[in-house]
Design a protein around this ligand. Structure first.
Ligand SMILES: Cc1ncc(COP(=O)(O)O)c(C=O)c1O
Length: 451
């Protein structure tokens, strides 16, 4: 007898991941029938035409196939060759061998320097783990924290479904806290305390709070005061913090800047709050989603717990080596004066400028549609507009109808969570400018008729 659905665990069956849910499956069917689909459902930049950075690909190519250094003399700039040689020496055995469980030390040291340069704080390379994308790191830490069905993890609403899905899979409890749509999706202490009170009343033992900054799907960028408030809240309730900072390079408004939780934790001297920070090669201006590179760094974690993290990580031996290599390329870009710098700076600038242009175009376009309102897309790669629906209709129905009518594939707000009585959808800002204009036009027409 083959395996049956009833053989599977409840947690597996209940796990949901809206970003690749039924609407995306339908989009695939329509595409097979020859319809043009514009995939706005997932933050996968290179699938929508964003080019990879030359620096990253040269380093990857040379590390994957070092013979290129001799076979193609003059093809690669001296700094790329030098960097690839240094990485290969750091790995000792090249990309085909397992590394130590935390990841290649040489690469972790480069990550530590990157954090030091960004935040001007001390960093321990042994508190850094290289991971297969940020997702794997988040899953490791949630696995560590959830010890039984009474354990709760605070997750923003709306949230990125990695969190809800993983908490369900590990049979913990999701403790939703609302982001304040009327206040640019910022976190408010009142809303956090309300969520905590409610969780306690239900007998939930809250272990940690997850924060996504810049926000997915909201696009909000938290300032230092907001982060200090969250740290203070975590301290007051004995929570660990998971800071998902994969969009730290995606900041679009003049005057805004990325502030890391690690930096503020250091400033407020919160030595009794454990922090896990995540970063990735998938977002920013690299968009190397398929390469699966990333890392997490922890602070204020006692040695016996750190040993458990190492043990968990060692079960899967190590993160993939090309992903580790891409992480090196991310944290150690060419500097001014190096041969690769002009191309690197031009490519990076062009991608970030275009993302910024698209963030503005999309939010402004959506706000021109009667019945749709959208906060400024200050960061990340998404808009999460509020939509007025005819009575009795859901945003899942709306998103499916939008797909059928226009070929635009978005994710309904219900996949991320939203305040009762509101409806949203999430779209990425990633289609090229001309396509994005068409998306806005088609949406306007669709929305008018849908109402
Ligand atoms: C907030 C957030 N965290 C983590 C991830 C996963 O990134 P990675 O590709 O590094 O696993 C994503 C991907 O979209 C994301 O939006």
């Amino acid at each position: 007898m083959t395996i049956r659905l009833t053989d599977l665990g409840k947690a597996v069956l209940e796990t949901e991941y809206a970003v690749r849910g039924p609407i995306v499956a339908r989009a695939g069917e329509l595409e097979k029938q020859g319809r043009e689909i514009i995939y706005c459902n997932i933050g996968n930049p290179q699938s929508l035409g964003q080019p990879a950075l030359t620096w990253n690909r040269q380093i990857l190519a040379l590390c994957e196939y070092p013979a290129l250094m001799e076979l193609a003399p003059g093809t690669f700039p001296a700094d790329a060759i030098e960097t690839a040689k240094a990485i290969l020496a750091g790995t000792k055995h090249g990309l085909g061998a397992y590394s130590e469980s935390r990841g290649v030390r040489f690469i972790r040291e480069a990550v530590a320097e990157f954090i030091l340069e960004r935040d001007h704080i001390g960093v321990d390379p042994d508190a850094i783990f290289l991971t297969d994308g940020a997702s794997k790191g988040v899953q490791t830490i949630l696995r560590l924290l959830i010890s039984g069905p009474q354990d709760g993890i605070m997750v923003p609403i709306p949230q990125y479904p990695l969190y809800s899905a993983t908490i369900t899979l590990y049979e913990g409890r999701m403790v939703p806290y609302f982001l304040d749509e009327a206040n640019g999706w910022k976190l408010s202490r009142t809303m956090l305390e309300e969520a905590m009170d409610q969780a306690k009343a239900q007998g939930t033992q809250v272990k940690a709070i997850c924060v996504i900054n810049p926000g997915n799907p909201t696009g909000a960028v938290l300032d230092e005061a907001n982060i200090a408030m969250i740290i203070d809240f975590a301290k007051a309730h004995g929570l660990s913090i998971l800071a998902d900072e994969v969009y730290q390079e995606n900041i679009y408004l003049a005057g805004d800047e990325f502030t890391s939780f690690a930096k503020v934790l250091h400033q407020v001297e919160a030595k009794d709050v454990s922090l896990f920070s995540f970063h990735s090669c998938s977002k920013g201006f690299l968009g190397e989603c398929g390469v699966r590179g990333g890392y997490f760094e922890y602070r204020n974690v006692p040695e016996d717990v750190a040993a458990q993290i190492l043990k968990l990580q060692s079960v899967s031996l190590c993160a993939n080596l090309p992903g580790q290599t891409a992480t090196f390329a991310m944290v150690r870009p060419p500097k001014p004066g190096m041969p690769s710098y002009p191309i690197y700076a031009a490519e990076k600038g062009a991608i970030l400028d275009s993302l910024k242009q698209r963030a503005i175009l999309l939010a402004e376009g959506l706000n021109r549609i009667e019945g749709i309102s959208c906060n400024v897309v200050a960061g990340a790669m998404y808009a999460f507009p509020n939509i007025k629906l005819p009575p009795g209709r859901t945003d899942a129905e709306y998103s499916m109808a939008l797909l059928e009518k226009t070929g635009i594939c978005v994710v309904p707000g219900s996949g991320f969570g939203q305040a009762e009585g509101t409806a949203h959808f999430r779209t990425t800002i990633l289609p090229p400018v001309e396509k994005l204009r068409k998306v806005v036009e088609a949406l306007a027409e669709f929305h008018l008729n849908y109402r």
